[in-house]
Design a protein around this ligand. Structure first.
Ligand SMILES: [Zn+2]
Length: 314
């Protein structure tokens, strides 16, 4: 029997979204639930199994019709093994053979990869990267990471963790300590996760602000910026130049001409990304075009990418 459906799962730190797709790639149905950030590998997997079954039942479909389940999650997953080393936002999901666990309990193929890679694939095939040959997707918001597409394929490196541009070092051994255990990586300057720390530092240095470490987030940062807040301006400048340096370094290394930006900070489009573009331009002395685009797929990017990933490993 021809298998007619796939399920794409976007397992993020806040919510887990499931999309049921038909063989034309159209979304038939979707469900979601809040993420249990304390769940361990088996517990989290059991929830995925339960909801996958519920989505099939809800649509009166049997597993014989299902060609595979793709999962994108904020994890370091070893190439081609489905083995999860570590997961940001869900720290208990680590050192876990997640694909094996799921395949033993669901009668279908399981593929999983880092969510920046699945999102990159989604934008490449259905979003802002359509028609390009190579593309880098950069996700900037709570964290900073990327997914690299070379000749239409996700490039994941020798061990599965290519694209971790957020942990490239801007000021080695200086600055704030990141979850990668180094000080001064690009993520430590750019990510929303460390924004409260930068607010605290600014206040300690005597810069007046309406921001507070307790309430600082991307939305508050923009509000403060628009009111002319000095600290908000300084922080946005810091985010912009570090992001520009990061993108410039990637461009120098890979010479890929299309950068697609996604994640929470894209809400600051004109304020942040115009500066990034300008600062990148100041560094780039070669007159070939480099395209900066905003991701097009919005909230479905994760489930679309996870579903597309199934085709990658056919
Ligand atoms: Zn880092």
């Amino acid at each position: 029997m021809k298998k007619r459906y796939v399920i794409g799962i976007d397992a993020g730190g806040t919510k887990v979204a499931y999309g049921l797709f038909n063989d034309e790639g159209k979304i038939i149905d979707r469900i979601e639930h809040a993420t249990d950030a304390e769940a361990d590998g088996p517990g989290f997997s059991d929830t995925l199994i339960e909801n996958t079954k519920a989505l099939m039942t809800k649509n009166n479909q049997s597993f014989e019709q299902l060609d595979g389940v793709g999962i994108g999650m904020p994890s370091y997953i070893k190439n081609n093994t489905g083995y999860v080393f570590i997961t940001s936002a869900m720290p208990q999901i680590k050192d876990f053979a997640m694909r094996d666990y799921l395949e033993a309990r669901l009668p279908t193929r399981i593929v999983l990869d880092n969510d920046a890679n699945t999102a990159a694939l989604a934008e490449y095939r259905h979003g802002a990267g359509r028609g390009t040959r190579h593309m880098v997707y950069i996700v900037v918001g709570t964290g900073l990471g990327s997914g690299i597409i070379i000749d239409g394929k996700v490039f994941s490196g020798s061990y599965g963790a290519a694209g971790e541009c957020g942990h490239m070092l801007a000021t080695p051994n200086e600055g704030l300590l990141c979850g990668c255990d180094n000080k001064g990586c690009f993520m430590s300057y750019v990510s929303g996760r460390l924004l409260p720390e930068h607010v605290k530092l600014g206040m300690e240095n005597g810069i007046d602000s309406i921001l507070t470490p307790e309430t600082a987030n991307g939305i508050q940062l923009i509000k403060a910026y628009k009111k002319g807040d000095m600290l908000a301006q300084k922080i946005i400048e810091q985010i912009a130049h570090n992001l520009a340096w990061c993108v410039f370094n990637i461009y120098q290394l890979l010479n890929i001409d299309t950068f697609v930006f996604g994640g929470g900070y894209t809400g600051m489009c004109d304020i942040l990304f115009d500066r990034v573009r300008e600062k990148f331009g100041n560094l780039n002395h070669i007159p070939f075009p480099v395209h900066f685009k905003m991701a097009e797929l919005k909230e479905d990017i994760g489930i679309i990418g996870a579903a597309e990933y199934i085709k990658e490993v056919l």
